[in-house]
Design a protein around this ligand. Sequence first.
Ligand code: APR
Length: 256
Amino acid sequence: RADRRAARLEMGDPLDRSAALLRGARAACAFTGAGVSTESGIPDFRSAGGLWRGVDPMAVASIQGFEHEPDRFYAFWRWRHGVLQSAKPNAVHRWLAALEAGGRLRGVVTQNIDGLHRLAGSRAVHELHGCFRQARCDGCAHRCAIETALAASQAPGGPRCPDCGARLRPDVTLFGELLPPAFDDAVEALSDCDLLLVLGTSLSVYPAAQLVPHVREGGGAVVLVNAEPTPMDALAEVAIHGQLGQVAAALGARAA
Ligand code: APR
């Protein structure tokens, strides 16, 4: 009985251990995925109610879809804009912004395109897959609000650039495309990270997922919080399978 108690004390409560790691970190960073935004009403991609359960990402979120199926591509992005633009930051976004404001977190690297980390007040945000709030031209440096592009998206072949006539597209990384410079900035920003909070991602998309072993190879520790197991749970000092809203509240209560 004493052994079992000792074993439990040695293991310690995952939340206490996560809070202690966060308190002791010199350069903590967060790495987030769609799971941090589901409590804002934005479906994720691969869990039971996920977006890719009902829609083929290769048709609506790939460079091939943009080039060869413009009507289907833009119908999806008009629908997605409706969901994203009405979403508000939730307690998880606010917790990360508060940690940054309090000097406990360097910033956030996110795979999300919903812009909710910035809306919640996070300042150092690396958007690896871009942000849906803008559109860009496929042929020149023209940029505009996504609403402008979507308003013209029912024209045959989709919206055109007013400057050069090439096609306009959401300023996000589509499947089959290289990541923007934000990825290199994130790799640099994480080079001395001593604690990575990996939150709400299935870690199934590369090269974004590579950031987790990158931090480990640099000597950093990983705390992973996700509703479901991930392929990288074994890389984590602490892997917590639970709802992020609850875990953020519990860690906040431990003043982590
Ligand atoms: N609390 C904790 N975990 C959650 C919650 C929640 N409230 N809601 C969802 N999750 C978990 C899900 O169980 C799932 O494992 O978040 C994870 C989200 O995984 P994905 O849906 O695969 O999303 P993500 O990892 O961000 O996808 C990466 O894939 O489609 C591309 O570009 C897109 O950025 C996206 C990338």
